[in-house]
Design a protein around this ligand. Structure first.
Ligand SMILES: O=C(O)CCC(=O)C(=O)O
Ligand SMILES: [Fe+2]
Length: 348
């Protein structure tokens, strides 16, 4: 629902800028629709905010003024509640930031929680290939696969990407821009250009059990994203799915969203640089040759906010990682959706 309001608000912005000169929908009509949507979700304060400007511009519009008065009365009656909600949100944000910062300094799991985590050799479809697997978190599962990329492969990835590195960007409403939220350099490498990458992608398929073929269209995965963080480099808390940041994710067309992330660690870091998940108090220190793997989407396709994560600032050293994002396309039999809307993963 919140996404649809965001959608309408963007449309309103565009309409006000005169982007649709032939539209029969006026900004006031659209503002009334948005105001009604906010009101429906018990946020009449927002409805008042939206309509205020219109009422000044159209003093004679009776329906508009009726709506405005109604929302004002309602906002006055539940404003306390709204304030509490806003307050709760701010507090949750503060708690998340505190956990993020503390996790960057060290583990926040209790000895009891840590004692439940374990390691095992994970069997794959190849009867001779067992993967050293560590559970970094139980529910939701975060896996750490050890020794799954060799030093030679790491050298290869770093060498070819070094020439292509450029300032990392993040996706915003304004497009892809460099931002304070992400200080690093990025390169993209295609499976189609290097046999070594094709082989690595097949390994991901074996290890994760997901479809991983890379194609230019209707692909199961994205290209390899190589990241290099210098001292002070970091990536603030975020979730990986594209639909979180972009309202019209053309990138999701055909291949779906980023159902899972596998992130290879291509270097050691002396201090700092851990990958942390503040909502589930999980911390993964950088370990060359290992890879972290987790699902970003729930079984019903919703973004799993528990998987919010960050790359902690590098204090000493240089950190290299590589992401390979696995898309929803082709995974319907590999990771079937649940029978109920709220079905949770039972076993992985
Ligand atoms: O560098 C890290 O540890 C996290 C990187 C990350 O989350 C990303 O690139 O999406
Ligand atoms: Fe990420």
């Amino acid at each position: 629902m919140y996404n649809s309001i965001q959608f309408l608000e963007t449309l309103l912005d565009e309409l006000k800028k005169g982007k649709f000169p032939n539209s029969h929908v006026t900004p006031t009509t659209l503002s009334r629709i948005i105001a009604a949507a906010y009101n429906r979700y018990d946020m009449p304060g927002k409805s008042v905010e939206i309509l205020k400007e219109c009422t000044k511009a159209e003093p004679g519009n009776k329906r508009l003024h009726n709506d405005y008065d109604y929302f004002k009365t309602r906002a006055a009656s539940i404003s306390k509640l709204e304030n509490v909600t806003a307050f709760d949100k701010a507090e949750a944000e503060d708690n998340m930031t505190r956990d993020y910062e503390n996790l960057c300094r060290g583990s926040l799991k209790s000895p009891k929680e840590l004692s439940r985590l374990f390691c095992y050799y994970k069997a794959t479809d190849d009867p001779f290939y067992f993967v050293k697997t560590e559970l970094a978190n139980l529910q939701p599962r975060i896996f750490l696969f050890h020794d799954i990329i060799s030093d030679d492969e790491i050298g290869f990835l770093r060498n070819i990407s070094e020439k292509q590195l450029s300032r990392s960007t993040t996706m915003t409403k304004q497009g892809m821009i460099g931002s304070e939220d992400r200080i690093s350099h990025t390169a993209w490498l295609s499976d189609l250009d290097f046999l070594e990458l094709k082989k690595l992608t097949l390994r991901i398929k074996l290890i994760t059990g997901l479809e991983t073929a890379f194609k230019t269209r209707y692909s199961n995965t994205e290209q390899y994203q190589i990241l290099n963080y210098g001292v002070g480099g970091m990536y603030k808390p975020h979730v990986d799915p594209l639909s979180e940041r972009s309202m019209f994710p053309a990138e999701c067309r055909g291949s779906g969203d980023r159902i899972a992330t596998i992130m290879f660690y291509l270097s050691h870091v002396m201090y700092g640089g851990a990958t942390v998940f503040p909502n589930i108090k999980t911390r993964i220190p950088v370990q060359k040759g290992s890879a972290a793997f987790w699902y970003n989407l729930e079984l019903n396709g919703d973004i799993d906010q528990r998987m919010l994560h960050a790359g902690c600032p590098v204090l000493v050293g240089s950190k290299w990682v590589s992401n390979k994002w696995i898309r929803e396309r082709g995974q319907m039999f590999k990771r079937p959706c649940g029978l109920k809307k709220k079905s949770k993963e039972r076993r992985l």
